[in-house]
Design a protein around this ligand. Structure first.
Ligand SMILES: CC(C)(COP(=O)(O)OP(=O)(O)OC[C@H]1O[C@@H](n2cnc3c(N)ncnc32)[C@H](O)[C@@H]1OP(=O)(O)O)[C@@H](O)C(=O)NCCC(=O)NCCS
Length: 173
């Protein structure tokens, strides 16, 4: 990664990540809404005009299979901070990719973009996301009580942060 998603691989990603209403609702602050097939409205498509929102495709180095997507969003060039988001296709979860993707986004945020702080918000029961973040040095800074409306109920989110000076590339401890 990163690489552009296209054709059938993109349709598969769209079907498994966006069209899965429960997964989308748990992983995104924006509400799920139907989109016209083939429209350019997909949240998974890259819009280079959006300076504060940098999406990546996640591909396997061996073979180039599209396994997920990731994004550095809410980039604030004054306070030099940004948020991280990611989602793997169901068959590609639990294989270490999430941890690797967070590492790559840290490198992109801190080294390529010169940011000072990265932040992740995730549901408090999302163990895989919490561990992927903590393995890269993110620390839990607080619980946002009932902050996420998810499929009919308010759920708590955990706020995790990592500062550039605390980041240890390749640590994954
Ligand atoms: C969250 C997500 C991106 C994590 O990526 P992943 O590739 O599955 O995570 P990894 O394989 O790198 O696993 C990271 C850690 O979580 C653990 N883990 C993975 N899946 C788990 C599960 N279902 N339950 C509990 N722990 C799990 C792993 O054992 C590993 O722990 P360790 O570091 O102590 O060994 C992925 O599961 C996903 O796409 N989920 C759906 C979308 C989503 O929730 N996105 C996050 C929105 S904020």
């Amino acid at each position: 990664m990163p690489a552009p998603a296209c054709g059938g691989a993109f349709i598969g990603l769209q079907a498994e990540l966006y069209d899965d209403v429960v997964t989308h609702s748990r992983a995104n602050s924006r509400p799920w809404r139907p989109i016209t097939p083939g429209s350019t409205e997909s949240q998974l498509l890259v819009d280079d005009r959006e300076q504060g929102h940098v999406p990546f495709s996640v591909v396997e180095l061996d073979g180039g299979t599209l396994v997920g997507n990731a994004v550095l969003w809410g980039i604030d060039t004054h306070s030099r901070s940004a948020h991280i988001g990611l989602a793997m296709r169901p068959s590609s979860r639990g294989k270490g990719y999430g941890t690797d993707v967070v590492a790559v986004l840290c490198h992109y945020g801190f080294v390529v973009r010169g940011l000072h702080r990265l932040q992740i918000e995730t549901l408090s029961d999302n163990t895989a996301m919490l561990r992927s973040a903590e393995r890269n040095g993110f620390v839990r800074e607080g619980v946002l009580r009932s902050s996420a409306w998810v499929m009919g109920e308010f759920l708590d989110e955990v706020l995790l942060g990592l500062l550039a000076e605390d980041w240890k590339p390749d640590s994954k401890g």
